[in-house]
Design a protein around this ligand. Sequence first.
Ligand code: NAD
Length: 314
Amino acid sequence: MCVVGLGLIGGSLMRAAAGAGREVFGYNRSMEAVAAARFDGFDATENLDEALGRAADRDALIVVAVPMPALPQILAHVKQSAPLCPLTDVISVKGAVLDEVRRADLLPNFVGGHPMAGTAHSGWSAGDAALFTGAPWVVSVDDHVDARVWSLVTQLALDCHAVVVPARSDEHDAAAAAISHLPHLFAETLALMAGEVPLAFALAAGSFRDGTRVAATAPHLVRAMCEANADQLLPTLERGIELLTRAKDVLAATGSVADLVDTGHAARMRYDSFSRPEIMTTVVGTDNWRAELAAAGRAGGVIRSALPVLGNQG
Ligand code: NAD
């Protein structure tokens, strides 16, 4: 497989895939990162077309692991040098990626992906082979997806010890707005507000650290995911502001924040007891397999080992 972009996620992927015994090579635009990857024993180049040409020769799975704004340029190279290779990505938004892949005329061999794992650090040196262990990895089941490419991407996620959550791109983006993009904006808000209060940093402990952890992420990465998911983030943000405004009004009128605290606590308890049944019965490639997997993913189902593929059984 060929990893394009050897930062935190691409670099972790390269390490995890190599650890699983896969042949993996990669591209990074900076000579420093390429030198560091080579020093660590990995096969890396700063020549994108060379990496993609090699992928084309071997029909390698190409994994795009760059920020969203760099995607169109990378896809143009893929279209030119490796248009028939199976293709996936790890970008934190899925609808906008799908639009770009369609624009680049690469849709038939593309299956979107998003490992729900990360840290606030960037670059090759931040990578960790164990980053994806136990993490949900969304593998998209949009209407166009091909069963063979879907199985290749799913196998990659399983090789990295992730659990696969099948989901449609639009549903992924609505959920990501709620559990990732809005928390990023709240974290920035909390950090900013504490910075305005004398003594706040001096007193800050666990609650502040946990609530603002993601505000340490590189701003360009946060902007890339929030802005590319604006359609889903705007109504989510609206809802958050509505809840806070109501809490403020009720606090002013009655002196109580019970409504928000009780309902928030109940939702968090539901998350703690949320079950993740294993998806085992779907045969990939049969009639309706994508809709079946989307429904199972929506219900909390996860794939922990490869599903059978039509025509590959027995
Ligand atoms: P990173 O900054 O660590 O790595 C980004 C990589 O992209 C680097 O190798 C950089 O050289 C390369 N890159 C950037 N612009 C480029 C350009 N114009 N041309 C060629 N290469 C370019 O970031 P990351 O955290 O690894 O994020 C990579 C992708 O993974 C992003 O799309 C992000 O949304 C997604 N993602 C991030 C996290 C997270 O927690 N950080 C989690 C899941 C998915």
